[in-house]
Write a protein that binds this ligand. Structure first.
Ligand SMILES: NC(=O)c1ccc[n+]([C@@H]2O[C@H](COP(=O)([O-])OP(=O)(O)OC[C@H]3O[C@@H](n4cnc5c(N)ncnc54)[C@H](O)[C@@H]3O)[C@@H](O)[C@H]2O)c1
Length: 261
């Protein structure tokens, strides 16, 4: 389903992005990788770029071919570098890149956003989530953080809450919808990548260990990549605006606790 397709993958230097690119290559796709760091393994087409600013995104987009089939937004920060940097990369940069790539996505193409179980609270925090996703363009993120009194430890979950809400909105945004571009999310639970150590520092060992205990083990990048690529493929052609928890059952277990069933 991916043979001959061109897939743009951000965060390709490590973890989930690296495995997604490798698997897509094995399935016959051409990969264009983007990362702020150089990947250690060979990616046939690599753009060194930083999605944390509007200029960084514009610079990446300038180097893209006119047509791609799918965009996998995998690049992300753990929150350990502060709330402004985390919101800039995990949400505003990701969204700016998606909007700028949209005209190059073929009709019927796809965008897949890697969100997280950490974004579970989007409903509970709906008013804030709505307000912060309604801001158009690439805002002055430091100013936004000051204006809303956002704390560093809120950065990661908040960025993923915004991403989950925007995924549903984007599925019905003319820029994507008018050309049949589907926008979906994949939400991993804890995954053994270098970011997991940072999560332990940001969220605390107790939270991470409790999530792992609920489902028996942490995920691996190889558990997440096939879900991303399925949503990139035409096999997912009737799936739009959806979030696919890819977490060994973690979200089901949390739902049972929160909703009391
Ligand atoms: N590992 C987990 O436990 C876990 C759980 C849920 C969601 N996620 C999400 O999965 C995604 C991938 O994370 P991972 O676990 O593979 O971590 P990772 O740290 O191995 O990979 C993240 C990649 O993003 C790149 N990146 C960071 N800032 C960037 C920027 N400004 N511009 C371009 N590239 C940038 C990094 O260089 C890195 O290669 C992230 O969005 C993360 O939030 C991870």
């Amino acid at each position: 389903m991916l043979f001959g397709k061109t897939i743009l993958v951000t965060g390709v230097a490590s973890g989930i992005g690296a495995r997604t690119a490798e698997l897509a290559g094995q399935m016959g796709a051409d990969i264009i990788g983007v990362d702020v760091r150089e990947p250690s393994s060979g990616i046939s087409s690599f753009i060194k770029g930083d999605i944390s600013t509007a200029e960084g995104v514009a610079d990446i987009v300038r180097q893209l071919p006119n047509r791609v089939d799918a965009l996998a937004n995998v690049a992300g920060l753990s929150g350990s570098t502060g709330v402004a940097a985390t919101l800039a990369v995990n949400f505003y940069g990701l969204r700016t890149l998606s909007e700028a790539v949209a005209p190059r996505l073929r009709e019927g193409g796809a965008i897949v956003n890697v969100a997280s179980i950490a974004g579970y609270g989007w409903r509970a925090n709906l008013e804030r989530t709505k307000k912060l996703t309604a801001i158009e363009g690439f805002p002055d993120v430091a100013g936004l953080v000051a204006e809303h009194g956002l704390k560093n430890e809120e950065g990661y979950p908040l960025s993923k809450e915004l991403l989950l809400l925007w995924t549903m909105r984007a599925a019905h945004q003319a820029l994507f919808k008018d050309r049949g571009i589907r926008v979906n999310a994949v939400s991993p639970g804890p995954v053994e990548t270098r970011i997991l150590k940072q999560f332990r520092a940001v969220l605390g060992d107790a939270r991470v260990d409790s999530d792992i205990t609920r489902v028996g083990r942490a995920g691996t990048s190889a558990d997440i990549a096939p879900a991303i690529l399925f949503l990139c493929s035409d096999g997912a052609r009737w799936i739009n605006g959806a979030n696919l928890p890819t977490d060994g059952g973690l979200e089901a277990s949390i739902n049972a606790d929160v909703l009391g069933f």
